[in-house]
Design a protein around this ligand. Structure first.
Ligand code: NAP
Length: 415
């Protein structure tokens, strides 16, 4: 049977979030698109959606509620509609502004771009945002996981991820090699694939601006610009320079540089000011292990941030508990950072914590902090009671192992 193009029917209840002068105007009953995702996606999103709705009910006593709008993407959409990301799904997320998603399969091979990259680039969701903090009781490979409480703002639309690359031996690689040799006297080996790394002033500044704003609004102590500028001077080095420039030009009253703190304040930051510092990326990896508590908000180019956020997540107990968000000027898409773990698909087995905590981030983004806080505390309480899924149970003594849906039930009881 030929695939039918997808037509979506929005819910008949609820209202749209609208953007007024760059800010969200959130009704009491926002319609929020939700992509269940592939593999374990349906299990974790079903669990999360129940827990999120229950926390809203609990926090606002029925005055507010979410009207979920199921939109397909990934393997289901491919099977039914012949497209991994149907235009109707993309349009719904654009129209309704804020959405929640489960993990999506990225087919490996030619002709497929990552769905996540397509969504990020298509909606210009330039800040991949990952809070990394420890939930007491979650097994961790380090001695002091409680020292980690950071938020990573990773640029998500450029750097080596812009997809500008050519295969070894291709006509394009040949042309570029010739141009580089003839015009710029740069020699690239004949048997090399070639990629271009781009980091721009505009995209760096809007990312760092978001990180600094977040730090100011949330009482954070510092923003560290993570770069490899000692080697890549005009891309990563420029990221560092533009980052400091944003702080100096746009937030002169609210920020102070680490150099100024050392020079003029005896090493102690003035009360209420956010300290802007910079750290070379390789050093950042060891600092996060050895001086964890010295770091707060991190702003990074795309590749550094990708590596760093998984490494940081490992320190607080791994992928099953780590949420993330892709945020633009107003649009935002919330998700767990883990993938589709296909071997557990449909088994109602895996940990929905990361998806639930993505929901906490989403509630906070909507300005519904009471509901977000209530839900986060309920997750903490459930884990403290040692009610956990297999991944944590296998590392904890005396744990009660429950299914994915049962974990959500326990969280809801703890609201
Ligand atoms: P993965 O799906 O994250 O799974 C790797 C392992 O991590 C699992 O086998 C499992 O470990 C553990 N895990 C992941 N999620 C868990 C959860 N909720 N609860 C408990 N344990 C969990 O990584 P992958 O196997 O590399 O990727 C599979 C597919 O997902 C790929 O197609 C990839 O492209 C895609 N992906 C999508 C996203 C996204 O949509 N944002 C992100 C990453 C990957 P154990 O086997 O030890 O139990």
């Amino acid at each position: 049977m030929p695939a039918q193009p997808l037509k979506l029917k929005p819910p008949t209840e609820g209202h749209k979030i609208v953007i007024v002068e760059g800010r969200l105007k959130v009704p009491d009953d926002p319609i929020l698109p939700i992509i269940e995702g592939d593999g374990i996606g349906p299990d974790v999103t079903k669990a999360a959606r129940r827990a999120i709705s229950a926390s809203v009910e609990r926090a606002f006593g029925g005055r507010r509620r979410i009207v979920w709008y199921d939109v397909p993407a990934g393997e289901v959409a491919m099977f039914k509609y012949g497209e991994l990301l149907p235009p109707a799904t993309f349009d719904a997320i654009r129209e309704y502004v804020v959405a929640l998603k489960g993990p999506l399969t990225t087919p490996i091979g030619a002709g497929f771009r990552s769905l996540n990259v397509a969504l990020r680039q298509g909606l210009d969701l330039y800040a991949n945002t990952r809070p990394v903090y420890w939930i007491p009781g979650v097994p961790s490979p380090v001695k002091h996981p409680e020292r980690m409480n950071i938020v990573i703002f990773r640029e998500a639309t450029e750097d080596v991820y812009a997809g500008i690359e050519w295969e070894k031996g291709s006509e394009e690689a040949g042309k570029l090699r010739k141009f580089l040799a003839d015009e710029l006297r740069v020699k690239v080996p004949e048997d090399a694939g070639i990629g271009l790394k781009q980091i721009s002033e505009f995209k760096t500044k809007r990312l760092v601006r978001k990180a600094i704003r977040y730090a100011i609004q949330n009482g954070r102590r510092s923003v560290a610009l993570v770069h490899k500028g000692n080697i890549m001077k005009y891309t990563e080095g420029a990221f560092r320079a533009w980052g400091y420039e944003v702080a100096r030009q746009e937030f002169p009253k609210e920020t102070v540089t680490q150099a100024e703190v050392d020079r003029s304040h005896g090493g102690t930051p003035p009360e209420g000011k956010v300290v802007i510092k910079d750290v070379v990326a390789d050093n950042m990896f060891q600092q996060l292990l050895t001086r964890t508590e010295d770091y707060d908000v991190l702003a990074t180019p795309n590749l550094n941030g990708d590596y760093l956020s998984d490494a940081a997540a490992a320190q607080i107990g791994g992928l099953g508990v780590a949420p993330g968000a892709n945020i633009g000027d107003a649009h935002a898409l919330f998700e767990p950072i883990h993938g589709t773990a296909p071997k557990y698909a449909g088994m109602d087995k895996v940990n929905p914590t990361a998806e639930i905590l993505a929901g906490v981030m989403m509630l906070e983004y909507l300005g519904w902090r009471e509901a977000g806080g209530t839900l986060r505390e309920a997750v903490k309480k459930t884990i403290a009671q040692k009610i956990v899924t297999y991944d944590l149970a296998r590392q904890m003594e005396g744990a009660k192992e429950v299914k994915c849906s049962e974990f959500a039930d326990a969280v809801m009881r703890n609201l």
